[in-house]
Structures are given as C-alpha cells and as structure tokens.
Design a protein around this ligand. Structure first.
Ligand SMILES: *Cc1c(COP(=O)(O)O)cnc(C)c1O
Length: 423
C-alpha cells in the first residue's frame, strides 16, 4: 500500500470522506487521493515521493506558480509582526485601493475569507439595495456552498450527482430561480414572470464549474441589458476568472460592466481570502455605513493581505504576463485538439485563456445539459493514467484545468506527450 493509501485509510476515520472539500476526493475516478507534501513552481510532490506537474494550482490561486519568492517573503515578513489583530491595518487599505484601481467597475470593496462568503454577502447587498428577494442563477454555475445557492450548482455537487444538498430548507431556496447558461430566453422568461421581484442575476462570466463553458457571443451583454431594463443588479462571480483572464478579469476580457463582483482564489495567492465589491452607492449599503450586516473576525487578515497584495501587484506591474499566459494556453489547448484529431477521437476541448476542459463527449459543450453528456468513465480512465504519468489534473470531469506562469514549455510538451499516450 502507498503512503497516500495508508493515510487515506486513517483520514476517512476522522474526516468525512477523508477530505476537507469534496473536490479533493478521488471517488469519481475510482481512486484514492494523493496526499501532498510540498509544491514548488508548477510541481507538487506526494507522500510517496511522486512528482506531478500540477494543473489545478489549488483550484486557481497559484497563477504565478507555487512558492513565488516575492509572495513567500512577504508572507514570512508579515508573520513576524503578528498573525491577526482584529483591528484596522494599513495593508487592508493597500489591498482595497489596489483592486479599486485595477478593476474599473469597483469603487469600494470588502474583504472576507472565502469565495462562498463573498457571494453570500454580495447577494445580501443586492437584496438590501433593491429591496427585492429573488435572484437568478444558472444551472451548472457554482457560487460556493451557502444555502441559497446550492440549487443546480456545479463542481463537486455535479460530480456527486446530487442536484441539491440535503439540509437546505426549501424556504431558503424558494427565491433562487434558475436559468440555463448561454440561454437568454430562459432568463427573459423568468423576468417576464417575476421581473419586479428580481434583485440580481449572478453568473460565472465563464462557466468553470461544469468544466469550462465559455459565454456565447452576446450572452453576457444580454444579461446586462435585461438587468438595466428591470433595475436589477448584475453580479459577476469572478472567483475563478478574476485576475486570471485579464488583469480586470472576465469583465475586462469581454468588456461588460457588472454592478457587483465577487473574488476569491487568486486574490489570496493561496491564503484564504475572498472579496466583494462594486458601485459606491451599492457598497454603501454595507454596515457600518448602511443596513446590510456583514462581518468577519479574520477578514482582511494581515498575513493573507500580504500574500494577496504581492500577487496582485506583480500581476499589475507585468501586463505581459497575461499575453504570455493566454498565448501559451491557446497553443496548449489547440495542441490537445490536434491530438484528438490525429487519434480520431470526437472529444471536445473548451478553453478561455488559461482555463480549459477536455470533455469526453462528441457534442459541443455549451451548458449544463451538454456537459452532462460527457462519459465520466472515460474521464476516470484518462485521469488515472495521467496521474500515473505524473500529471495532476482534477479528479473529476466537471472541473477546469488551470495553467500558470510557472509551467515551462517542457512541462507543457511533456503533458501533451502524456495525453497522447493516455487518451
Ligand atoms: C471556488 C468558487 C466559489 C467558492 O469559493 P470558496 O473559496 O471555495 O468558498 C465561488 N464561486 C466560484 C465561481 C468558484 O469557482
């Protein structure tokens, strides 16, 4: 038995499923989790000493690779001054100003500790601001695990085949309406019926939790138009896309201005950070200025801020990083398409910038229903083979592959060779 297998046997005794987040389980590929000991640049090592080229990057945060020296030294420095004060700090001002300067739609921002918290809070603000209760989300979009949003969610929920979670009262989700991704008519239909009661539409501007599903041309603009028409707010959940697709996220990439935006993952550089922000008149609803209550003992934590500020500053100061990462990723995903053609396999590759997915289906994947046509058994076989070849990809079909600036041309060509063998 491997060290990972031994540890997993222990883990399941004390932790539900042996993992602290379901997406880390390897159940859907019929395997056991690799227990990771360390990571550096584009690599991770497990308890058995195996090295992997990492295409998860902690599910997005490690856009500069693991152990970036500047981030590491900023964190170590911050640690020597105290881990948490529960009081205001200069670093919080630096972080807030940095994000407001980078993202034009954001006048004010509030730090929280996870993407889940960011979305939950943004929804509360949208409801407080509009005085309306209903929200629209899209089937297959994941917005964290707060009660009201665990309706037709993607990611681990999709893999588990559980459309909803037990323990969520129907009374809590009755105001969560669901529309189909890339289907403006399904949104219009809901607005015709409930228009004056809808506080907000929340959307992943690039679907990344049912595998990667790009927005169809005009889809995001149509959401903006509908929200304008009905005085509802448009919330972009940029927990994955923020500071990834471009410095100003998907909103900059597609040129659409949301009213509120949620962040996570990249803004903490690997530390637990989330944030929500947007127009000043909306954000001034938040306590202690306004009446929408939201708080957090560890929010704006100085060590986490040090990591986030350093990562975002590096990204801001190096616009060429995005050109490089997106070009490299375009080439990489196109090469996968070539391999599929050569092998005469009908599988689909979707990608936007540095996130992408290989779906084991012959039909184009544009929404939840088409994503679900993927052959998850074929994915499981492929994924296990890739792991054996030292390539760490998501242990489930409906997740993204994340490229980082640390992946070298050799890492990528080695990965493509492995794909050639494993597909
Ligand atoms: C990961 C994710 C979340 C939840 O963030 P956590 O930090 O895991 O709570 C919310 N929205 C999207 C789009 C995500 O990908």
């Amino acid at each position: 038995m491997t060290q990972s297998e031994t540890l997993f046997q222990e883990a399941v005794k004390y932790i539900p499923g042996g993992v602290n987040s379901p997406v880390r389980a390897f159940g859907s590929i019929g395997s056991t989790p690799r227990f990771i000991t360390k990571a550096d640049k584009a690599y991770m090592w497990d308890e058995d000493g195996n090295r992997y080229i990492d295409f998860i990057g902690s599910w997005g945060p490690m856009i500069l690779g693991h152990n970036h020296p500047s981030i590491l030294s900023a964190v170590l420095e911050a640690c020597t001054k105290g881990l948490s004060f529960g009081a205001a700090t200069r670093q919080e001002v630096t972080m807030a100003k940095l994000i407001c300067d980078i993202v034009p739609s954001i006048d004010m921002i509030r730090m929280v500790n996870s993407g889940t918290e960011a979305v939950m809070s943004a929804i509360r603000v949208a409801r407080g601001y509009t005085g309306r209760d209903k929200i629209i989300k899209f089937t297959g979009c994941y917005h964290g695990h707060s009660d009201g949003l665990l309706v037709k969610a993607g990611s681990g929920v999709m893999t588990a085949g559980v459309p909803d979670s037990s323990g969520v009262p129907a009374s809590v989700t009755k105001d969560t309406l669901t529309a189909e991704y890339n289907n403006t008519d399904s949104v219009r239909t809901l607005f015709k019926q409930f228009g004056e009661q809808i506080a907000a539409i929340i959307v992943e501007p690039v679907g990344a939790n049912m595998g990667v599903v790009p927005p169809a041309p005009g889809f995001l603009q149509s959401l903006r138009d509908i929200c304008n028409e009905y005085d509802s707010l448009l919330i972009f959940d940029e927990v994955i896309t923020g500071f990834r697709l471009s410095l100003s996220g998907a909103q900059g990439y597609y040129g659409i201005t949301p009213d509120l935006t949620t962040f996570g993952k990249i803004i903490g550089a690997g530390m637990p950070v989330g944030a929500y922000g947007g127009r000043r008149d909306i954000m001034e609803q938040v306590s202690p200025v306004g009446n929408v209550y939201q708080a957090g003992t560890l929010s704006g934590n100085p060590v986490a801020m040090a990591a986030g500020i350093t990562q975002l500053t590096l990204l801001r100061d190096h616009p060429e990083y995005y050109t490089l990462l997106n070009d490299t990723s375009d080439k990489f995903f196109n090469k996968i398409k070539e391999i599929l053609l050569e092998k005469n396999l009908p599988w689909q590759v979707n990608h936007v910038g540095s996130i992408g997915s290989l779906f084991f289906t012959g039909q184009p994947v544009t929404d939840y229903a088409s994503a679900k046509t993927s052959d998850v058994t074929a994915y499981a076989r492929y994924c296990n083979r890739m792991l054996d070849h030292g390539i760490y990809i998501a242990p489930a079909q409906f997740e993204a592959m994340f490229l980082s600036l640390a992946h070298t041309p050799e890492d990528l060509s080695h990965t493509l060779d492995a794909m050639c063998t494993c597909l």
